[in-house]
Structure formats: structure tokens, C-alpha cells
Design a protein around this ligand. Sequence first.
Ligand SMILES: Nc1ncnc2c1ncn2[C@@H]1O[C@H](COP(=O)(O)OP(=O)(O)OP(=O)(O)O)[C@@H](O)[C@H]1O
Ligand SMILES: [Mg+2]
Length: 397
Amino acid sequence: MNELAWGTNTDLNDNQFYNRVEDIKFMSDLLRSSQYGTSPSILITGIRGVGKSALMKRIQKKFRDENYLVVYIDLSASDAYQKDEFTKESFIELIYDQIIDECGKSGITTADKKIEKYIKTHDVALREIVNVKGYPVPFLWTEKNYKKLANFVMDLPQYLYDEYKKDINGVFLFFDEFQIIKELGDDLNDFLWYMRSYIQKQNNVSYVFSGSMSVKDSLIEKIAGSNGAFGGRILTIEIKPFSHETTRNYLNEKAEYLKFTDEGFDQFYDCTKGVPFYINVFGNLLPKNIPLDSESVKENFIKFLPILATHFSNSWFRLNLQQQKILTTLLDGPLNKSGIAKKLNVTSGAIGRSLNTLLDNGLVEMENMQYYVPNSVFRAWLKNEYKMKGVYPFKSI
Ligand SMILES: Nc1ncnc2c1ncn2[C@@H]1O[C@H](COP(=O)(O)OP(=O)(O)OP(=O)(O)O)[C@@H](O)[C@H]1O
Ligand SMILES: [Mg+2]
């Protein structure tokens, strides 16, 4: 059956996953070179909802089938992040858990014994090793032994390759939602350089980083910029939205019940900007088997804005009042810092921190000293809230 995936599903089946042929080929060729002892690192960038996670899952599946050990590590899945306590200890713990989990899935069932031996011979000063579901889990993670434990976990992928090279062709570590690493704050740079020191000496392990980062995100500079931790050693691939033509072909194939007129489709593309998340969510919400002209696409877009903009409304409600106010000054077009300050009747110095937070979480971007809100669905949602209620949904109101 032909179908559009739900907007929250990243484990797309063969029928749901569309296009990306070139991205997959390019990345696969690169990754495959790891079995010959040259392991590339890759940074996948792209705006929210463009399909980075779905692509990584796809590549994971493909390489699992070719006997690679592919560990998918979603930073947002860590307990610590969800409790607002993301630290380097919790990150290392997450990596360890996911490696062990993937070993289990790949049928490397003897890994536990070997890891246990490794832990012992490498004198990882653990208070105890407890068995969780049959796997040895180093315990406790104290401040004091963090360094040794981190070294151990960072060494583990190459170790597994060396031990199991008869069975596996290579080891890949995929990090998703990597922008969360910014929560390390002052420790961030040191930590990235620390990771690099391991990654660099592992010949058969490839690392792929991805997350919701626009090309202008400061984290990208820290990772892949010329002075960044991986500068010159990491390949950046930007995943682009679907083109007008790809979107048209996609919907013709998967959602023939959407009966767009030519103008109706142009309007649909203008609303979704070719971002698969919006295409699928909006495509699933639009009425089926009735003609959709430009007007009715527009009406439905406004009607469904609260659903389409969920990511952003969630982010909005977590901002403080000043951050929210800054955003509203940018809805009619870009402004420089003093322009924003003037509109808010405050000094430029007073908004510096809030602006940096907004840049950090990607709600605002800057180019040539001009700040703007890059996401059109977010802009449309805020403007529509104002239009309907006469006031923005500010924190204290
Ligand atoms: N290749 C594809 N074919 C069809 N649908 C896709 C494809 N890629 C993504 N989608 C749709 O878009 C949605 C969002 O994709 P995904 O979560 O991978 O984006 P993302 O770039 O990881 O977003 P975020 O930045 O929020 O993490 C998916 O749930 C799916 O519905
Ligand atoms: Mg994602």
C-alpha cells in the first residue's frame, strides 16, 4: 500500500522512504572505506524535519545487513538529558549502553565475557561490575574514575572490531541530536578535542554526527571549522529539502488521493518548502479525493498550523519573556541588534544573552549582523496566533 509516513516516525519502511539515492550512495561509499583501514568522519547537517534521522536509520539498516556493527546513539534519548542534567558522564554512559545493546542485536553474544576481561586487564577502577540483562555494566560512575571509564568506552569500538573482525566488516557510531552536546557548556571544547583524539587513532571505526543544526550553527564551526576539533578531517554533508519536482513525484506515487490543481500544488510546496516532515504531516491532514486549489491549500494550512508548528510552539513555551519578545520583533523581517533593542525599548547590552540562547537553539539565525527567524512555519504560526487572538502567546499573559 502506498502511504505517507507519520511525521514522528524515523524508522521508515522501504515503501515509505523516498529518494535520497545520491546521499545514500555517497555516504555508503565513504563508510565502506573503513574496512580498508581509512575511517572517515561525517557531519550531516540540515534543518529540522528534513530527514536526517530517517536517513541515518536507513543507512544503519543497510549496513547491519552487510555485517557491520552500527551503533545509533540519540543524545536526546539519554535519561540525563530528559531530566535536564546532561553531562559528559551521562554521555559516555549512553555510548556504552548503546554499544552493548547493538552487540546483542548483532548476535555478538560473547562480547560480555570479553568486555569483562578487558575491564579487568585495563584496570578500570570500578567499584563493582554489575550484570544487567546478562551484560557487565561498569558501576559506579564516580567523578574520580570518570577519566578511565571514558577512555575505556572510547576505546571499545576499535577493540570490538579487532576482536570480531572475522564476523564484522567495520564499526560505525552514529550520533543523532548531537547539538545537545552544547549543554556541556564550558566543557564542550575540551570534550570535542578529547573525542577527536580517540577517533583519530581508530582505523576501522567511522563516526557520523548529526542533529538539528543549520549551516550557520556555531557548533558546526567547533566541529568542522578550520580551527574546530575535527577541522579538515570531517566531511560535511548537507541534507536538502525535496525539490519542487521531487515533491510532486513523491506525492503522485505515495498519495495519489491528493488532487492538487497546478496552483494548489505550488501553494503546497510554498507552505512545506519541500521539508519531508511538513510534506508528510500536511499531506496526511489534507482532505482526500477532492480538488485542492491554491485557496483551499492555504485555508487548510492555517487550520493545521498548530499541528505543523508543534516543534516550534514547544520551544516557544520554554523561552523566557524577553526571548519571546525578541522573536516577535523579527517576524516582519531581519533586524540588527540595535534595531531589536530599539523596538523593545532597551539597550543592546540587555538582550545579548537572550539572543545567544535563541541562536544556540536555532530559533534565530544571523547573517551579516542581521538576525532573523529562519523557519517559515514558525513565523506563520506566531503571526496567526496574533491575528486570531490579538496578542502573541507570551509567557506571563
Ligand atoms: N526520505 C524520506 N522519505 C519520506 N519521508 C521522509 C523521508 N525523510 C524524512 N521523512 C519524513 O519526515 C519526517 C522527519 O524526518 P526526520 O525526523 O528524519 O528529520 P530530521 O532531519 O531528523 O529532523 P530533526 O531535526 O527534528 O531531528 C519523518 O518522520 C518522515 O515522516
Ligand atoms: Mg532527527
